[in-house]
Design a protein around this ligand. Structure first.
Ligand code: CAA
Length: 261
C-alpha cells in the first residue's frame, strides 16, 4: 500500500488500454530504492488484474532511464541485513506480472536499471541510451538477475565482457547484440513505445498473456517440453471467443473486435 502524503517516486499515466509508468527520482537519476520498488510493484500488481489494461510501458526521463539500485541506501548494510531482508527479492513480483511490458530507454540504464529493462518483455532504446552492468566497479556483482538474463539475452561472450569490464553498450551496440528490438530518435521514443503498446493492447488479453507466457517458457524449458506447452496453450485458445472472432473477421474481411475472453 502507498504511504499517503509521500511524493510518489513513479508517475502513472493511462492512455486507453496502455499504462505508462515513469520512474521519477530525477535527483537520484531514478535510482531504484525500496520505496520506488514498493510503489512500482503495488501499482503494477493491481493494474495487471484489470481487463482494461493491455500493456505497460516502463520509462524514465529524456536523459536517464535509471542509474540502478540505490547505492546510498545499500552502502552501509551488513551481510546479515541483506540476507535477513532478502534484499532485491521483491523484484520477483515484477517478473510474475502477466501483462506485457515494454521498457522505453532514454539515457543510461545501468546496473539495476539495465536489469529492470531485462525483466521487461520488449526493450526500445533511444539513440542516447546506454546499457550496462557496472556493479563490478562498486565491488559487487549484478543482483537483480543481470548475470542470468543478460547471458540468456546476448550470450556468454558479450555478457562476460560487459559484466567483468563494466563496459556500457550504446543503443546501436545493444540492438546489434539482440538486447534491444528497436532504436529510435530520442524525441520519438515514447511515441514509438505507445504505438507498439497500443497495438499489443488492441489484441485479446487472453491471447497476449498466453503468447508472453509461452515465450517466457523458452527460457525455462527444454525444446520438447516448451513445444508441448505452446501447443497445449494454442489448443486452449480455442475455448475463447476471441479466437472465433479473430478467425471469423479474417474470413469475413473485416476488423476483429477482441473482447479479452
Ligand atoms: N544510487 C544512488 N544515487 C545515485 C545513483 C545510484 N545508483 N546514481 C546516481 N546517484 C546520485 C549521485 O550520487 C548524485 O547525488 P548527489 O547529487 O547527492 O551527489 C546524483 O544522483 C547525480 O549523479 P551524477 O552526478 O553522477 O549524475 P550524472 O547525470 O552525471 O550521471 C549516471 C548519471 C551515469 C547514471 C551516474 O550517476 C552513474 O554512473 N551512476 C551509478 C551507476 C551504477 O553504478 N549503477 C549500479 C548501481 S548498483 C546496482 O544496480 C546493483 C544491482 O545489481 C541491482
Amino acid at each position: 500500500t502507498l504511504k499517503k502524503g509521500k511524493p510518489m517516486s513513479i508517475l502513472i499515466e493511462k492512455n486507453h488500454r496502455v499504462v505508462t509508468i515513469r520512474l521519477n527520482r530525477p535527483k537520484a537519476r531514478n535510482a531504484l530504492n525500496t520505496q520506488l520498488l514498493s510503489e512500482l510493484v503495488s501499482v503494477l500488481q493491481e493494474l495487471d488484474q484489470s481487463p482494461e489494461v493491455g500493456c505497460f510501458i516502463i520509462t524514465g526521463s529524456d536523459t536517464v532511464f535509471s542509474a540502478g539500485a540505490d547505492i546510498k541506501e545499500m552502502r552501509s548494510k551488513s551481510y546479515h541485513q541483506m540476507v535477513q531482508e532478502d534484499y532485491f527479492s521483491k523484484w520477483e513480483q515484477f517478473t510474475t506480472l502477466r501483462t506485457p511490458k515494454i521498457a522505453a530507454i532514454c539515457g543510461p540504464a545501468l546496473g539495476g536499471g539495465c536489469e529492470l529493462a531485462l525483466m521487461c518483455d520488449i526493450i526500445f532504446a533511444a539513440e542516447n541510451a546506454l546499457m550496462g552492468l557496472p556493479e563490478i566497479t562498486l565491488g559487487v556483482i549484478p543482483g537483480i538477475g543481470g548475470t542470468q538474463r543478460l547471458t540468456k539475452a546476448v550470450g556468454k561472450a558479450k555478457a562476460m565482457d560487459m559484466i567483468l569490464t563494466g563496459k556500457h553498450l550504446s543503443a546501436f551496440e545493444a540492438e546489434k547484440a539482440g538486447l534491444v528490438s528497436r532504436v529510435c530518435p530520442t524525441e520519438q521514443l515514447l511515441d514509438e513505445a505507445i504505438t507498439a503498446a497500443s497495438v499489443i493492447a488492441g489484441y485479446g488479453k487472453f491471447a497476449t498473456t498466453s503468447a508472453k507466457e509461452a515465450v517466457d517458457q523458452a527460457q525455462e524449458m527444454s525444446l520438447k517440453d516448451g513445444i508441448l506447452f505452446e501447443r497445449r496453450i494454442f489448443h486452449a485458445l480455442f475455448a475463447t471467443e476471441d479466437q472465433k472472432e479473430g478467425m471469423s473477421a479474417f474470413i469475413e474481411k473485416r476488423s476483429p473486435q477482441f473482447r479479452g475472453y
